[in-house]
Design a protein around this ligand. Structure first.
Ligand SMILES: NC(=O)C1=CN([C@@H]2O[C@H](COP(=O)(O)OP(=O)(O)OC[C@H]3O[C@@H](n4cnc5c(N)ncnc54)[C@H](OP(=O)(O)O)[C@@H]3O)[C@@H](O)[C@H]2O)C=CC1
Ligand SMILES: CC(=O)N[C@@H](CCC(=O)OP(=O)(O)O)C(=O)O
Length: 348
């Protein structure tokens, strides 16, 4: 049994890790941390967990204590905190999967500029694997530290990868129009996610290259294309709890049929158990992946404008965070990639 620790077990991604891992046949959750509920049982914060998962005692965040008890630690913490505990865990031989952004950007100065924190130690940053298995599977397997991608960047990268790899589209002028449910903002209370502000409302935010996921998306797309890419990324907040829907727009280099583009997507994702390419004329909806580790993708060609439209949906807490983190854990420990993640979406 793999002994697992969850730092930040009381957050939205932390409790989603508990939900997934408590059904995983090869792991035992041995430690969980909290800032404000230290000393309480996890079940006191989340009564829905019941006796077994709820019995976990919440500890303070202490790297030595986690290292002594765990084979792998998930860091489901605010940005800046993970970067300061990961080095001590890795030094003790513990595998680390960081759900935050502290190890995602390879350029430490880009991290400083976008996140306004000191970057993580350079050596550790350099060896972190970017945890998007569909693109970086072989780099993840031997890693000591995995940087789990952001929820929006997962949807954008999976929408773009087959087209860029095949060289079918221009690398200029790519647009990602993304919509997220409110749980993407975490469990902390703030005015922007207050019921009265969100309910029956729909807004764009952090537009025109100001959202911190922009450089993360550009880093992955530049890897795929082999050249520096700039994108337009516009996030929106929608009044639902879970889910991301990204509509991506690409300019075709030459006219191509929808069937040909779909074939490129099917080829690219053959062997990727969590990406489902929809048949022609069938665009995915957020409810169709709710609670699952799936990213579903639909493709259309607009022959009038020469554009390809790609719609990608995922559950921000699962394929966008905790599920993808467990997928990465499976790769780190040589387990089947889908172990513990086979559940179908909840519908309706
Ligand atoms: N929500 C989402 O959809 C996604 C989130 N992420 C990333 O995952 C990470 C966790 O996000 P999420 O679960 O939403 O966040 P939450 O705000 O819901 O949870 C944060 C967790 O961190 C703990 N915590 C807060 N401050 C500190 C501190 N100073 N020291 C130690 N622990 C602390 C909290 O403990 P307590 O409240 O008990 O005091 C809580 O357990 C973030 O980096 C986020 O950006 C990534 C992808 C998607
Ligand atoms: C709806 C909402 O607020 N979403 C969050 C992004 C989700 C997330 O947690 O991403 P990181 O892991 O990079 O922080 C936001 O826009 O800040």
């Amino acid at each position: 049994m793999i002994r697992v620790g969850i730092a930040g077990a009381t957050g939205y991604t932390g409790v989603e890790l508990v939900r997934i891992l408590s059904r995983h046949p090869q792991v035992r959750i041995v430690a969980g941390t909290s800032e404000q509920y230290q000393g309480s049982a996890l079940g006191a914060v989340f009564p829905h967990l019941g006796e077994e998962a709820g019995a976990l005692e919440l500890l303070p965040l202490e790297a030595e204590r986690l290292a002594a008890a765990c084979d792998v630690v998930f860091l489901a913490l605010p940005h800046g905190v993970a970067g300061s505990v990961a080095p001590a865990l890795v030094a003790e031989g513990v595998k680390v999967i960081d759900l935050g952004a502290d190890f995602r950007l390879r350029d430490p100065e880009a991290y400083r500029a976008w996140y306004r924190h000191d970057p993580a130690p350079a050596e550790l940053l350099a060896e972190a694997a970017y945890g998007l298995p569909e693109l970086y599977r072989e780099a993840i397997r031997p890693a000591r530290l995995v940087a789990n991608p952001g929820c929006y960047p997962t949807s954008c990268a999976l929408a773009a990868a087959p087209l860029l790899k095949a060289g079918l589209v221009e690398t200029r002028g790519i647009v990602f129009d993304s919509k997220s449910g409110v749980s993407g903002a975490g469990r902390g209370v703030s005015l922007g996610v207050h019921f009265g502000e969100v309910n029956e409302n729909f807004k764009a935010y952090s537009v025109a290259g100001t959202h911190r996921h922009t450089p993360e998306i550009e880093q992955t797309l530049s890897d795929l294309a082999g050249e520096a890419i700039r994108v337009t990324f516009t996030p929106h907040l929608v009044p639902m709890t879970r889910g991301i829907l990204t509509t991506a727009y690409f300019q075709l280099k030459e006219p191509v049929s929808r069937e040909a583009v779909l074939e490129v997507f099917r080829d690219f994702y053959r062997g990727a158990p969590f990406v489902r390419v929809r048949p022609a004329g069938n665009l995915p909806q957020t409810k169709e992946v709710w609670g699952s580790n799936r990213c579903d993708i639909g493709v259309e060609v607009d022959a009038r404008t020469g554009r390809v439209l790609v719609v990608a949906v995922l559950d921000n807490l699962v394929k966008g965070a905790a599920g993808q983190a467990v997928q990465n854990m499976n790769l780190l420990f040589g387990l089947p990639e889908t172990l513990g993640l086979e559940a179908l979406p909840v519908y309706p």
